[in-house]
Design a protein around this ligand. Sequence first.
Ligand code: PLP
Length: 385
Amino acid sequence: MTENHQGANTRFVHAGQEFEPVTGAVVPPLHFSSTYAQDGIGGLRNGYEYGRGTNPTRDALQAQLAGAEFGTHAFSFSSGLAAEDSLIRAILRPGDHIVLGNDAYGGTFRLIDRVLGDWGIGNTPVNMADEAALAAAIEKNKAKLVWVETPSNPMMTITDIAKVAEIAHAAGALLVVDNTFASPFLQQPLTLGADIVVHSTTKYIGGHSDVVGGAVIVKDAQLAEKIGFIQFAVGAVSGPMDAFLTTRGLKTLGVRMRAHSENAAQVAGWLRERSEVERVLYPGFEDHPGHEIAKKQMSGFGGMVSVQFTGGESAARKIAESTKLFTLAESLGGIESLMNYPSEMTHASVKGTELAVPVNLLRLSVGIEDPADLIEDLDKAFANL
Ligand SMILES: *Cc1c(COP(=O)(O)O)cnc(C)c1O
């Protein structure tokens, strides 16, 4: 059992991870069964009926996720976007409105704008740092949901969660925080006033680039009931193997995040000294506009670094295609370093919108390799410019 006063690593290792009662197996087993025998009609054993509704391996992950984020209930899904879709459909109805950050993850904007938009959900992107604009957008649209990503993907903008929670609540809206970039090791939005946390567990929580998944975590029983109903009725649940791998990843999140954060600080510092670099977007720098807020609401600055090149698009493309340890690939948060060219890759879907990403920008997911090797890899790539 875990208690709220316990440290992050204790919660990651122990929440929902009681040993198996029959054999004493220390690791909760992987249950593949899609259905459960009934002791007479309706005679369920511990509520287990059918795999879409409940699965012990998924339950273990959900308890672990709730513990990680100081929530009361967590729901695990087959992807981050499946989690977001289920969350939005659980609490909004046609005619309702979402105010979201104007640098939201491209896939989140595509879901909200191009999928849910057709079903009557409106949206207004705003600069979350502009409190007056945020309050006005909520008021004007009678928004029910405010959606924040901090740090944001890939512009590394920091939003003051406690401040935005106050503004949202004053107008009767709920605050959702996408905590994918920070992870629950560095930031716990529910303790800062957010109502709902979402994750792409594909990223830092899974942590090894070997499983796709998503999660929604709340601290309110009524919200939990609505989300649990959609999870069950729509069925975008994580499969047992995915849940098992995600649980294994979450246990080591703390040690990984420390390594990611240390390495990213070194890589960001090295990049900043290079004449080919126009700007490094990294909240650990004292002159980053969100640095003070990041220091207040995060316990570290994380493993993500974005960099813009003076040589424009061609320089960014050349670096992206010439590193060896940094693999050119979508996604982030795994133990291996990845490089991404957002305007053509992860954020291609927001090209031409106000959420478009600069064409001279690369996003680095700094892994846990030895930082000297990562810097040498970058140094060799820079020699090609
Ligand atoms: C990847 C990502 C998502 C979407 O998650 P999937 O698991 O790819 O569906 C949502 N938000 C952020 C910040 C992400 O990086």
